[in-house]
Design a protein around this ligand. Structure first.
Ligand code: SF4
Length: 248
C-alpha cells in the first residue's frame, strides 16, 4: 500500500493527473492521512569550493577546447547546492538551456524538477550538470572527443562536491559515466559503485515526455536513491523542502 501511495504522489508531482480511477479513489484517503515528517538545519559550503566553482565557470565561458564552442550560444556550467549528496548528470544542454545558460530549464527540465520534488527534495538541494557544457547542434549526442575535452570540468565538479549519489539521466550520460556500451534499460534499476560514489542510471526526462511507460521505472530508480540517501546522508534533515511544502 505504501508503495502505491508513493507512486500516486510521484505521478501527481510530475504532472500526471489521471491514474486508473479505482486506484485513485482507493489511495486518496491514504494520501490525505500520510504523515509529514520534519527536517532541521542547513550545512555550509567552504569558501574555496565556491571560489573554485566560480573560477571554473569563468574558464568554461571562454573555453575553446572543442568544436561546440563555435555553435553554442551560452555555456551551461551547472547549478545547485555545492554541498549536496545528490548530483544529476545529463548529456548536454538543449535549446532552452543554451539560451539561458542554466541546466534543465526546458520542458524536460521542468519534469526533472517535479521528479526531484517527488522524492521530497527541492531543486536547490541537488546539483545539476551535463557531460558537455555547450549545446551539441540539433541536440545530437556529444561526440566522444567533445565529451573527453569537457571531462576535466565534470571531474572537478564531482571531486569538489563529493556526492554520495550520482543519478545519470539517459543512455549517453550513463554510458559515459559508467564507461560502458550497455543499454540504459540494462543499466538502470540498480546502483553501480564508481570511486565510492553510488551511480543510479535512469531514463532522461525528455524520454518520459515522449514515453509515459518510462514513468514507473524512473519512479523505482528514484525511490532507491531516496531510500539510500535517507539511510546514508543528512540531506533530508538539511532540506527545507518538506517543511516548506508540508510534503514530509
Ligand atoms: S563543450 Fe566543454 S570542452 Fe567543449 S568548448 Fe564547451 S566547455 Fe569547452
Amino acid at each position: 500500500m505504501k508503495d502505491a501511495v508513493e507512486y500516486l504522489r510521484f505521478l501527481r508531482e510530475i504532472g500526471v493527473e489521471t491514474v486508473p480511477r479505482p486506484l485513485a479513489i482507493q489511495l486518496k484517503n491514504a494520501l490525505e492521512t500520510s504523515p509529514s515528517p520534519e527536517s532541521p538545519s542547513v550545512k555550509g559550503v567552504e569558501l574555496d569550493v565556491v571560489a573554485r566553482f566560480d573560477e571554473m565557470a569563468a574558464e568554461v565561458l571562454s573555453c575553446e577546447k572543442c568544436g561546440l564552442r563555435k555553435t553554442r550560444n551560452k555555456p551551461v556550467f551547472g547549478e545547485g547546492d555545492l554541498h549536496t549528496d545528490l548530483m544529476f548528470i545529463g548529456e548536454g544542454p538543449g535549446r532552452d538551456e543554451d539560451q539561458q545558460g542554466i541546466p534543465f530549464v526546458g520542458r524536460a527540465g521542468q519534469l526533472l524538477t517535479k521528479i526531484i520534488n517527488a522524492i521530497e527534495l527541492d531543486r536547490k538541494d541537488v546539483y545539476i550538470t551535463n557531460i558537455v557544457k555547450c549545446r551539441p547542434p540539433g541536440n545530437r549526442d556529444p561526440l566522444p572527443e567533445e565529451a573527453e575535452a569537457c571531462h576535466p570540468y565534470l571531474a572537478e565538479q564531482i571531486r569538489l562536491i563529493q556526492p554520495k549519489v550520482i543519478c545519470t539521466l539517459g543512455r549517453h550520460a550513463s554510458q559515459v559515466i559508467l564507461n560502458t556500451t550497455e543499454s540504459i534499460s540494462r543499466l538502470r534499476n540498480r546502483f553501480h559503485k564508481i570511486n565510492g560514489i553510488m551511480v543510479m542510471p535512469t531514463y532522461h526526462p525528455a524520454y518520459l515526455l515522449r514515453n509515459a511507460s518510462g514513468k514507473r521505472p524512473v519512479w523505482e530508480d528514484m525511490q532507491k536513491i531516496r531510500d539510500f540517501l535517507k539511510e546514508n546522508s543528512d540531506m533530508y534533515q538539511r532540506s527545507r523542502y518538506g517543511r516548506d511544502t508540508g510534503s514530509r
